[in-house]
Unconditional design. Structure first.
Length: 380
C-alpha cells in the first residue's frame, strides 16, 4: 500500500464534514461557499497562490496553482465541491468517519476524495517545479448544470489537458456520455368525466408519445459505440391532470437522452421532434417540446491525447491500472471539452458508491491517487 499522509485524511474528513449539497437539487442545500472558504485557508497555510472565480450568487470556483518552467503551458486538475442531497441516510452523512480502511460520508468519493488528493499532490511538489503550470480547480455545480466548469472553459485561459476527478477506481476514463434533458407537453381539452367524449384526454395522448419514444429508445440501443455503451432515452418523470372527475387538459414528461461521443444535442432533439411531428399528423395529438433543453455534450475521446498517455503510465506504475475505458455518466469534462481541452477522468473510489446512502472512499485508493496525480503533474 502506498503510504497515506495524515494531512490527506484530515483534509478529506474536514471537507466531508462541510455540508455542500447543491442548492439546485435541494432547498436545504448550502452550496459550496463554506468549502471554498476552507480551501482559501488551506492555500494560505501552505503558501499556495489562489483566486476565486465568481460564477453565481454566493458560488465561486477556487483555483490554486504551482508555476511551471514554461509559463505558456498549463495543465488543469478539477474536482467539484458540491454534492447531491442526503435523503435516507441512517447515520450522520457528514461524519467523515474513518473505519475499516475507508472514510465515510456524503461527497467522500464524489468527489472530495479526488479534490483532497489533488490538493495534497499540488502542495507536495515543493521545489520540484513542474514543466507546465499546474492548476487545481475546485468547481461548483457539477451535480446540476456544471456552470463552474463552463466558467473555467470560457475564462480565456488555455489548458493543454485536464484531469477530472471522479470515482473511477483509478481506472483511466478517456470517453463518457453527455446528455440532453427537456420536457414534452401534450395539450388536451377539459371536460367532465361523465361525458369524456366532449374533451380530449392529454394523458391518453401522452401514452402514445411515450410508446413512440420507447420504440425510439430501442432503436438507439442498436447504435454500438466504442468504449461507451449505446445512447439511451429515458422518460423519467410524468405529471398531468387536474382532479379525479375532469378529463386531463395537459400532461408533461421529462426526457433524459444520453449522448455518445460524436452525437450533438441538437441532433438528438431533432430525432425526437421528427417523432412528435409524425404523431401530430397521424394521431392529431397536440404535442410540443418545451425548450431550451439542458445540454451537456459528450466530450471527444481523449485516447490519442498526451494527457492520457502520461496518466496511463502513472496509473500503471502506482496502481497497476490505466487501461483506457469509457463510462455512461457525465462529468465536468463535458463543459471543459467545449474549449477544446483534452480531458481524462480519474480518481479514487467507485462510482457504485456515489449518490448512495453509504458513500465512502477507500484509503488505499486515496493514497495511490495522491501519487498518481503528483506523477502526472511532474511528468506532463
Amino acid at each position: 500500500m502506498t503510504s497515506l499522509s495524515t494531512d490527506t485524511i484530515t483534509l478529506l474528513q474536514d471537507l466531508v464534514r462541510i455540508e455542500s449539497v447543491n442548492p439546485s437539487l435541494s432547498q436545504k442545500g448550502s452550496g459550496e461557499k463554506r468549502v471554498a472558504e476552507y480551501l482559501e485557508r488551506f492555500c494560505k497555510d501552505r503558501n499556495l497562490p489562489f483566486e476565486l472565480q465568481h460564477v453565481a450568487e454566493g458560488r465561486s470556483n477556487l483555483l490554486t496553482w504551482v508555476p511551471g518552467k514554461d509559463p505558456d503551458r498549463r495543465l488543469l486538475f478539477v474536482a467539484h465541491m458540491d454534492t447531491v442531497p442526503t435523503d435516507n441516510w441512517a447515520s450522520d452523512p457528514f461524519s467523515g468517519e474513518e473505519r475499516d480502511g475507508r472514510v465515510y460520508g456524503r461527497g467522500s468519493c464524489d468527489t472530495k476524495g479526488s479534490l483532497s488528493a489533488m490538493l495534497i499532490a499540488l502542495s507536495s511538489l515543493g521545489d520540484c517545479q513542474p514543466n507546465s503550470t499546474v492548476v487545481v480547480a475546485a468547481s461548483i455545480d457539477e451535480e446540476y448544470r456544471k456552470i463552474g466548469a463552463r466558467a473555467i472553459a470560457l475564462s480565456g485561459t488555455s489548458y493543454e489537458g485536464a484531469v477530472v476527478g471522479e470515482p473511477t477506481e483509478l481506472e483511466l476514463v478517456v470517453a463518457h456520455k453527455g446528455s440532453v434533458r427537456w420536457q414534452i407537453e401534450v395539450q388536451g381539452v377539459p371536460a367532465h368525466t361523465s361525458k369524456p367524449h366532449l374533451g380530449v384526454n392529454a394523458i391518453t395522448g401522452m401514452a402514445k408519445v411515450i410508446l413512440a419514444l420507447n420504440d425510439h429508445g430501442q432503436e438507439l440501443a442498436s447504435r454500438q459505440q466504442p468504449l461507451v455503451s449505446p445512447p439511451t432515452l429515458t422518460v423519467s418523470l410524468i405529471e398531468g391532470g387536474l382532479e379525479l372527475t375532469t378529463v386531463p387538459p395537459s400532461c408533461r414528461i421529462w426526457v433524459d437522452r444520453r449522448l455518445v461521443p460524436g452525437e450533438r444535442p441538437d441532433q438528438a432533439l431533432q430525432e425526437v421532434e421528427n417523432i412528435l411531428q409524425s404523431l401530430r399528423e397521424r394521431e392529431n395529438i397536440n404535442v410540443r417540446s418545451l425548450l431550451p433543453a439542458l445540454e451537456d455534450p459528450a466530450p471527444d475521446s481523449a485516447e490519442s491525447s498526451k494527457i492520457a498517455a502520461v496518466a496511463a503510465q502513472a496509473c500503471a506504475e502506482v496502481a497497476g491500472t490505466g487501461n483506457y475505458i469509457g463510462v455512461p455518466y457525465g462529468t465536468d469534462a463535458s463543459q471543459l471539452s467545449l474549449a477544446g481541452i483534452p480531458c481524462i477522468v480519474l480518481g479514487p473510489g467507485s462510482i457504485d458508491r456515489a449518490h448512495t446512502n453509504n458513500e465512502y472512499v477507500e484509503l488505499d485508493q486515496l493514497a495511490k491517487s495522491v501519487e498518481v496525480y503528483r506523477r502526472i503533474m511532474l511528468s506532463y
